[in-house]
Design a protein around this ligand. Sequence first.
Ligand SMILES: [Zn+2]
Ligand SMILES: [Zn+2]
Length: 109
Amino acid sequence: MGRAGFCINHPDRPADRRCVQCHKALCNDCVLVDEGDDFCSRKCLSRYRTFHRAYVAGHARTPLATKLIRVGVGVVVLIIVLALVYIGGEVFHVPFLTSVSRLLKSLLF
Ligand SMILES: [Zn+2]
Ligand SMILES: [Zn+2]
């Protein structure tokens, strides 16, 4: 491992690039650029891509599941709020809630 700030292959050359896989410091001559990412070698490139693909594949389903859970929670909360408004209007005869409850009834039934 070269000194921090210097290329691993050229200890006298300042390194302003870094391998995204192994984080080795690299100069412009040693860096291997692929899809905008810097690598020190083909080995790191393929390792990084394999890992990244596995990571993306493993996490691809999470956003949809999270979205579904959020929608589910949102629907449940909405039902509870509507039920409370309805019960509040029907049972406790709160003036405002009664009118909201009537409105809900006219919309739902
Ligand atoms: Zn590397
Ligand atoms: Zn170099």
